[in-house]
Structure formats: structure tokens, C-alpha cells
Design a protein around this ligand. Structure first.
Ligand SMILES: [Zn+2]
Length: 190
């Protein structure tokens, strides 16, 4: 089974509800172009929320490597796409992660996997930032972790809410990153 494309229970029900929504929006769900739309949307929504069935902690604990390196590890410019839980519209952008190993490192692609799993759930940017930080902190037990997310929110841009091109930046940090000097070192390298 491929967890990226695996469809879950409830698909037919989700499609039936979307058919109703299309009708309530004033469209004709029997119109040719819309006939298969409810099922397409249902499948898309299941894929966009596949993170509920995946375990980000396991991704990291399965790929822990003992390593003496104790300088800052930075993974920057990781693209992500998520859905805001207030409007179920996309928000997307870049994630930058830094941690200072304490005996263990993980594969760089695993950090991207963790971001992928948390972002494929209904989210707010602030919680997404915290969850990525906590997951790394609780599995690798580094001396500190810091996560920065820069994102565009379609719910603001498409609805014409004030600053349409503004980017929202959030950050979360722990351990050694409580020191301003350490945070500055990370930010300088971005
Ligand atoms: Zn929103």
C-alpha cells in the first residue's frame, strides 16, 4: 500500500457531500464538466489530509544515526503546502529548520518528510511550526531546535483581505535557541 495515494474510508460519503455543496453553491452537479467533480475533490481532499494516517515521530526514530557532529545542522527552503483549518484553503511557502545534535542526527530527507506529514493535515501556521519543532526535539533530543515558516495564505489573498501579497512568518525554538546569539547565527545562514 502506498500511503501517498492510498484512499481511506469515507470516500463515497465525502463525494456525496461535495455534490450537495456544488448544488448549494448554485451550480448543476449533473452538468457534464461537474459530473466527476465530487469524487475528484473527495480524492484530492483525502490526499491533502493523508498526514492523519502517518506517524512523523516514527519517520525520525527509524532514521537516527549516532554522530559526534555538534555544530548547527540547517535544512532550509523546504517547500510545503498545507490547508488552513479556518477556511480549508491552501497556505504554502518555505520551512527552515535548524538543530544542534546531541549525539544523534537524522537523514535530511527525513526532516522534509516530517514537514510533509504535518502539513498534510488541517492546520494553522503557528501550530505547524510548533509541531515540527516538537517532533524533532522529542525524537532526536538535540541541544536545541528552531523552525521558521514563511507562507502565503490563499484565504487572505483570494478573499481580498487587506495586504494581499503579505507573507506570514512564524518561528518556534527550544534549548540552545533560547539564546538570541544562537537564533541570530541560524538567521544569518538563511
Ligand atoms: Zn484561513
Amino acid at each position: 500500500m502506498n500511503p501517498e495515494t492510498e484512499l481511506r474510508e469515507g470516500l463515497d460519503d465525502i463525494a456525496a457531500h461535495y455534490k450537495e455543496i456544488i448544488k448549494l453553491l448554485g451550480e448543476d452537479p449533473k452538468r457534464e464538466g461537474l459530473l466527476k467533480t465530487p469524487m475528484r475533490v473527495a480524492k484530492a481532499m483525502q490526499i491533502l489530509t493523508r498526514g492523519y494516517t502517518q506517524n512523523p515521530h516514527k519517520v525520525l526514530t527509524d532514521a537516527l544515526f549516532s554522530e559526534k557532529y555538534d555544530q548547527m545542522v540547517i535544512v532550509k527552503d523546504i517547500d510545503f503546502f498545507s490547508m488552513c483549518e479556518h477556511h480549508i484553503l491552501p497556505f504554502y511557502g518555505k520551512v527552515h529548520v535548524a538543530y544542534i545534535p546531541n549525539g544523534y542526527i537524522t537523514g535530511l530527507s527525513k526532516v522534509a518528510r516530517v514537514i510533509d506529514i504535518f502539513s498534510h493535515r488541517l492546520q494553522v501556521q503557528e501550530r505547524l511550526t510548533e509541531q515540527i519543532k516538537d517532533c524533532i526535539q522529542k525524537t532526536l533530543h538535540p541541544l536545541g531546535t528552531m523552525v521558521i515558516i514563511e507562507a502565503n495564505h490563499m484565504c487572505m489573498q483570494m478573499r481580498g483581505v487587506e495586504k494581499q501579497n503579505s507573507i506570514t512568518t512564524t518561528s518556534a525554538f527550544s534549548g540552545a535557541f533560547n539564546q538570541a546569539k544562537t537564533r541570530e547565527e541560524f538567521m544569518k545562514l538563511l
